[in-house]
Structures are given as C-alpha cells and as structure tokens.
Design a protein around this ligand. Structure first.
Ligand SMILES: [Zn+2]
Ligand SMILES: [Zn+2]
Length: 159
C-alpha cells in the first residue's frame, strides 16, 4: 500500500487557510502526542493511501483537527465545535474544491465500530473508540490545564 505524507498537507493547509499560524520555523505548533485515534494518526504525519482515488478521509480529519488546534492555540478560545470552529470550517469548505469538512469526529470510522467507551479522569467526558488505547489523554483537559502537553491527570480510561 502506498503511503502519503501528511506533513506537506499540513503545511499546505496551514498556508492556505490559517495564514501559517500553526507552524513556527516550519515546525508544526500542534503537538499531537496525546488523545485519540485521529490525533495518533496525524502524529506520524503519514497515512496509507486508499487506492480508490477519492480524497482520503484522513485528510479531512487532518484539516478538522487543524481547526481545533487553531481555535485552541491561536484564538485561545475554549470551545469544541463552537462559533469560531464553525466559521473557519465554513470558510474552508467554501474555498475547498476537493473535500468538505464536517463537525463529525469519527469521520473515517463507522459508528458501529466505536464500541469502546473511555472516560477522561479529569473532566469525565466520554469518548468512543474502535479499540482500547493505552496512555491516551483528553485533549481538552491537556490544552486547558497543561499547556497542551500530555498529562497523566487527564488519562482516558476504559471500562
Ligand atoms: Zn472536532
Ligand atoms: Zn477531560
């Protein structure tokens, strides 16, 4: 299976849609070590390419996560899919010819596959996963309380 690098796409979107605000000296500002399926995927900045020629849903997910990073880190607003997120999403969707971002978080994953429920030990929010993942932390709490760094106080634990 061919692999496509996501890092160039990150920089492309960053310049197209975020006025390069998400990178400093060409290094992505977003630390993507913590959290869940999606962020773990973008952490490596590599993703297997589907052969069907359609835009890989991971690319949409990358863009979606970049909006979150922009709202969190640049606007410093405490919201998930609030007005700032939606405004940026709509702006990108208007310009983007190849794909459309949605507010759905589990875009690449069928809902029925998300059978594992993890709970953030800090805020109590529940998250849905395909499998149990060790040492993942709640993004919102890491951002709000630990400057965006992974911290064991916001571990997501599974039942
Ligand atoms: Zn989201
Ligand atoms: Zn939390």
């Amino acid at each position: 299976m061919p692999v496509i690098p996501l890092l160039p796409l990150f920089h492309k979107f960053n310049s197209q849609y975020f006025e390069n605000s998400l990178a400093v000296n060409n290094q992505p500002l977003v630390k993507v070590r913590w959290s869940d399926n999606r962020l773990k995927t973008t952490a490596g900045f590599y993703k297997r390419k589907r052969i069907n020629g359609l835009v890989d849903s991971e690319i949409i997910t990358l863009c979606h996560e970049m909006i979150h990073a922009w709202v969190d880190r640049i606007l410093k607003k405490n919201e998930i899919h609030g007005p700032n997120f939606l405004e940026k999403m709509n702006e990108i969707n208007k310009k983007e010819k190849n794909f459309q971002i949605s507010v759905r978080h589990s875009f690449p994953i069928e809902r029925r596959e998300l059978k594992y429920i993890g709970t953030c030990q800090n805020c109590g929010e529940k998250f849905f996963y395909r499998k149990r993942i060790k040492n993942i932390a709640c993004k919102k709490c890491c951002v709000n309380f630990f400057n965006g760094s992974w911290n064991k106080n916001c571990l997501i634990l599974f039942d």
